[in-house]
Design a protein around this ligand. Structure first.
Ligand code: DAK
Length: 260
């Protein structure tokens, strides 16, 4: 797909996806949501030797300041339901992507922006990062999975507070609450994300994909995550990488995984 609102660059097997609507603080309009969907459902799967994806925001001010409020007017209840479902599906395609997806949060991550960060597997906050779910200020609730993933990330007690007060929190509070994995100086978010992806890339690729599927299974209704773990464990046992990993340990050498 030809992108207008996101930039994608690939270097050393790491794709950096930059949300690129700086004048609107990278707000998620419909076009941007379509581009995210195309990237994670189709285009990213065709990148040869991909180790992982980093999502960040253009400029110094924002990661993503939410859904684009200028597109909100005139929505019916039916429109809202349809768009929320479509947006949730897009964010599922991020959460279920088989390689690590890391949010490098360089500024405001509000509403849909906080939801986007939470759909990623890992989150790095720069010191200018501000997280919040301010939908109640607009007469809304989060529609892209925020009510569910905020509880998953930080627990019900603080999730209720942030969702009902619309308060913003900074990087240190986000780290303390477990919303992010690391807090780093401003400008170092992408570098830290790359470091994590490089580390993960030294591990067995099928096992990493199965970790993502197993952990995601925990949060799926009507899915027994323990049963999934049994299945995926069995699948990993059948890989060449398991043979190689075990042999490398015994032979006291570094494993050379192939992803088979
Ligand atoms: N949408 C569109 N434009 C935005 C924007 C947004 N979310 N956030 C900022 N901008 C624009 C501003 O209008 C301004 O544009 P110009 O006036 O220069 O043309 C420019 O970005 C710079 O913003 P400010 O001048 O306001 O910058 P400040 O530093 O003074 O303030 C701020 C930064 C982030 C505190 C402020 O911009 C702000 O409060 N922004 C809105 C934050 C927010 O409420 N975001 C929306 C959260 S609700 C749905 C599913 C999901 C959702 C909705 C519907 N359906 C399925 C239907 C999700 C909703 C949300 O995300």
């Amino acid at each position: 797909m030809q992108y207008q609102n996101i930039l994608v660059s690939v270097e050393n097997g790491i794709a950096v996806l930059t949300m690129n609507r700086e004048k609107a603080l990278n707000a998620l309009n419909r076009q941007t949501m379509e581009e995210l969907k195309a990237f994670f459902e189709t285009d990213a799967h065709t990148i040869e030797g991909l180790k992982g994806v980093i999502i960040t925001g253009a400029g110094e001010k924002a990661f993503v300041a939410g859904a684009d409020i200028t597109e909100f007017q005139g929505f019916s209840a039916e429109d809202g339901k349809m768009l929320a479902k479509r947006g949730q599906d897009t964010f599922f395609s991020i959460e279920r992507f088989p390689k690590p997806v890391v949010a490098a949060v360089n500024g405001f991550a509000l509403g849909g922006g906080c939801e986007l960060a939470m759909a990623c597997h890992l989150r790095i906050a720069g010191e200018k990062a501000k997280f919040g779910q301010p939908e109640v200020n607009l007469g809304l609730i989060p529609g892209y999975g925020g009510t569910q993933r905020l509880i998953q990330c930080i627990g019900k007690t603080k999730a209720f507070e942030l969702l009902m007060t619309a308060d913003m929190i900074g990087a240190e509070d986000a780290l303390r609450l477990g919303l992010v994995n690391y807090a780093v100086p401003a400008g170092e978010e992408v570098a830290k994300a790359k470091e994590l992806i490089e580390k993960i890339a030294t591990k067995a690729p099928v096992a990493i994909a199965k970790i993502i599927e197993s952990v995601t299974a925990y949060f799926k209704e009507d899915v027994d995550g323990f049963a999934k773990e049994v299945d995926y464990f069995g699948e990993c046992c059948g890989t060449e990488d398991f043979v190689e990993g075990a042999a490398a340990f015994v032979e006291k050498r570094k494993a050379a995984f192939t992803g088979r």
